[in-house]
Ligand binder design. Structure first.
Ligand code: GTP
Ligand code: MG
Length: 239
């Protein structure tokens, strides 16, 4: 099965070359059938780095995101041009682990339709300098989602997950922002696709700055969660 890593970049000059080269070398060395799909919304020179990487490597696609830009929009653009049977969002600031990508691929090849990574379960390794507020909100939010949606996945909001192409086509995500990770996972769970959750390694960025404001994102996460929950309730009671 071919794997597409969808890699969003927004003003990541320090990471564009590093992340693309590391992923390319790592997957090539393990003889994985893969492609890298970089989706860029930068204005700082990141796009030029990505274009030159695309020109000098096979199985690399670099595309521009949408206007106005958005994390969810960028992932959706990536999915629309990806050729793989397994689709995996992988953050451009290299927070996610390539070892975990291999675990995801093996589990999908074993028959799972979705594989979720959790930063919060036993065995996970998280190194972060992010504020205590951000970590706390993320943990509480995820614990809440776990109870409401009755899932054993303790990290719904993390976008770093693997999906079979067919599943994403059915889910057809619509979110423009960071809530896309949650949207895809919750819809997949509610549609009862076969999934498993594994602990992942996550490390905070060393360079550049985060584009995500947890406080600005909370209302979006809430409305997306409510929309998906109510839609499901409506389906169950009326259809
Ligand atoms: N194409 C595109 N990429 C984006 C956009 N917003 C964020 N990104 C990229 O998505 C990845 C994750 O964004 P971050 O800002 O690191 O968000 P985060 O990882 O949730 O936040 P931190 O934990 O603080 O790093 C990075 O590679 C960003 O450059 C966007 O609007 N368009
Ligand atoms: Mg980040």
């Amino acid at each position: 099965m071919k794997t597409s890593l969808i890699i969003p970049f927004k003003n990541e000059m320090e990471y564009a070359e590093t992340t693309m080269s590391a992923a390319y070398a790592y997957l090539s060395a393990r003889e994985i059938d893969f492609e890298l799909v970089a989706v860029d919304d930068s204005s700082d020179g990141t796009w030029e780095i990505l274009q030159s990487f695309e020109d000098s490597h096979q199985n690399v696609v670099a595309v521009r995101g949408g206007e106005p830009p958005g994390y969810g929009k960028a992932l959706r653009k990536g999915f629309s041009v990806a050729a793989g049977d397994i689709l995996i969002p992988f953050n451009g600031d290299f927070s996610d682990s390539l070892d975990d990508v291999i675990s995801y691929i093996r589990l999908i090849e074993d028959g799972y339709e979705m594989v979720f990574g959790s930063r919060f379960m036993a065995g996970a390794k998280v190194t972060t300098d992010s504020t205590a507020v951000k970590s706390f909100v993320s943990r509480v939010g995820n614990a809440f989602l776990q109870i409401v949606f009755r899932t054993n996945c303790s990290d719904i909001t993390n976008s770093f997950k693997a999906y079979r192409r067919m599943v994403l086509e059915e889910i057809d995500p619509t979110a423009d922002g960071y809530d896309i990770g949650m949207e895809m996972a919750l819809k997949g769970i509610l549609e009862k696709y076969k999934y498993t959750t594994i602990p992942v390694v996550w490390s905070d960025r060393k360079y550049g700055r985060s584009k995500m404001s947890i406080m600005k994102s909370v209302p979006t996460y809430l409305s997306t969660g409510l929309r998906i929950g109510f839609f499901r309730l409506f389906q169950k009671t009326c259809l």
